[in-house]
Ligand binder design. Structure first.
Ligand code: ZN
Length: 88
């Protein structure tokens, strides 16, 4: 049995200042794609499910990802994946 859990990071910057310096000049879309790929590659050891990006909220200050998955542990790990993303 698995219930869908949605955990929003909306409005919170998930990357650092260095990251945005690194992607200045049109790399932001690519960075979002790479982070989405990273998030969706996280799988749950307990249930075998994969994290999914339900929504991407882009603001001048950063990104907000709404991530859905089978349990909170999976979603937490997916957020860590996004937060640890570094360009190059
Ligand atoms: Zn799970």
């Amino acid at each position: 049995m698995s219930a869908l859990v949605t955990y929003a990071l909306a409005g919170r910057t998930v990357t650092g200042e260095e990251f945005f310096e690194g992607i200045a000049g049109g790399g932001r879309q690519l960075a979002v794609q790479q982070m989405t790929t990273g998030i969706e590659s996280v799988s749950c050891d307990a249930h075998g499910g994969h994290a999914q990006v339900a929504e991407i909220d882009q603001t001048p200050d950063g990104f907000g990802f709404t991530i859905s998955g089978c349990c909170e542990e999976l979603i937490d790990r997916a957020h860590l994946s996004a937060a640890s993303f570094r360009e190059g």
